[in-house]
Design a protein around this ligand. Structure first.
Ligand code: NPQ
Ligand code: MG
Length: 369
């Protein structure tokens, strides 16, 4: 039982090394809410996966800040003591806001495991001490620029390269990368930018030996993905459409996906993410850990999650230097085998460096019990 004494919300902003463009927009900085809980036995950190704009999903930072400050934190502080496993239930009266919930659950879990001297990976059921990593590559100014960026990531040792696509930026750039890197595992991510009427385009991509196509159709769709999957040789992977373990079961049993991108924030927390993993393992469906350009705080949680047995494909668990000149925590560095080491310390096993927090914090609010 964790005795919650205070909850601090902190908005941080880190410039990206290069703007990151997708079918839903371009980001030049990573802006995230960190949740810090103070308990009788220590502190815990959590990171919210939302962005400044409701473009990837309906959640965005200003709204997450309000629901955390005015609903979630008061609810947990009023409960006094809480078990990490009970956070989801205690906040169950709040519909949606999964990324905000996940950040609070992560902080309580971190505090609990720190005081117990247990690692998050151990708690979740990890079966390895390092995880193979992929990289997500945004829409580039030109095909040559894209091929150049991919060359750098292949050189760095990344195990899978994911290319962002959108109408007008799809078959030609992906074909150019496939030609330049015939043996590199390649995937594409549309972030829901296409329709079933674009079938011929996906049939053209079918010839490029991709490991999967990610979220080709509507961000809340299952049935059209099932229809598309029946027409393609390339597996379909779902991201935005999977918001819970129940969604994962429905998608798999409908044939809407053959691979699942697991993100703790998108499904309301690490514990629900583990349940998504368990459903996929039950159905023999491979999963991988997705990313939201997290700082080292959220990245530590992703790497721990990616160490579970069913995470059999490289995740978007990239090194800190994929996105940041300087991370908030000690950097996550890719080893020469294209892997990241799973933190072994108590809790998340990392914490933000005070000097970096000082430099990156743009807003703080503190709530006491
Ligand atoms: C995805 N992530 O898999 C998301 C999309 C995404 C690594 O591609 C700031 C915060 C910018 C979150 C850009 C990756 C983002 C972001 C893209 C998420 O669909
Ligand atoms: Mg995606």
């Amino acid at each position: 039982m964790i005795e919650l004494q205070a909850i601090e919300l902190r908005l941080v902003s880190l410039p990206l090394r290069r703007p990151f463009r997708t079918s839903f927009g371009e980001e030049a900085a990573k802006e995230a809410i960190l949740v810090r809980v103070e308990t009788a036995t220590g502190i815990g950190w959590g990171e919210c996966a939302a962005s400044p704009h409701p473009r990837y999903s309906e959640e965005f930072n200003a709204a997450a800040w309000l629901v955390l400050r005015d609903h979630m934190a008061p609810s947990l502080l009023a409960a006094g003591g809480v078990e990490p496993e009970a956070v989801g239930g205690a906040l169950g009266w709040i519909r949606g806001h999964r990324m905000a919930k996940a950040a609070l659950e992560m902080a309580v879990l971190d505090a609990d495991l720190r005081s117990a001297g247990r690692s998050l990976a151990g708690f979740l059921g990890a079966d390895r001490d390092r995880v193979p990593c992929g990289v997500s590559v945004g829409i580039a100014p030109s095909i040559d620029a894209l091929v150049g960026q991919v060359a750098g990531f292949v050189e760095a040792g990344y195990r899978r390269v994911k290319l962002k696509i959108e109408p007008g930026w799809d078959v030609l750039p992906v074909t150019a990368v496939r030609r330049a890197f015939p043996d590199t595992p390649l995937s594409v991510d549309a972030n829901g930018a296409y329709r079933l009427t674009d079938l011929s385009l996906f049939e053209a991509l079918d010839a490029l030996d991709l490991v999967y196509v990610e979220q080709p159709l509507g961000h809340e769709d299952l049935l059209e993905h099932a229809a598309l999957a029946r027409r393609l040789a390339t597996p379909v992977c779902l991201d935005e459409s999977i918001r819970s373990a129940a969604d994962a079961r429905a998608a798999i049993e409908l044939g809407a996906c053959q691979v699942v991108n697991v993100k703790a924030g998108r499904v309301g927390g690490l514990l629900e993410a583990r349940r998504v993993h368990d459903v996929a393992v039950e159905h023999g469906v491979p999963v991988w850990c997705g990313g939201m350009l997290e700082t080292g705080v959220g990245r530590a949680a992703n790497v721990a999650l990616a160490a579970l047995p069913g995470f059999t494909l490289p995740g978007d668990t990239s090194a800190s230097d994929r996105y940041f000149e300087e991370d908030l925590t000690e950097p996550f560095v890719l080893d020469d085998d294209g892997c990241l080491a799973v933190p072994t310390g108590p809790g998340l096993g990392v914490e933000p460096r005070p000097d970096r927090l000082e430099a990156c914090t743009v807003r703080i609010e503190r709530l006491e019990s």
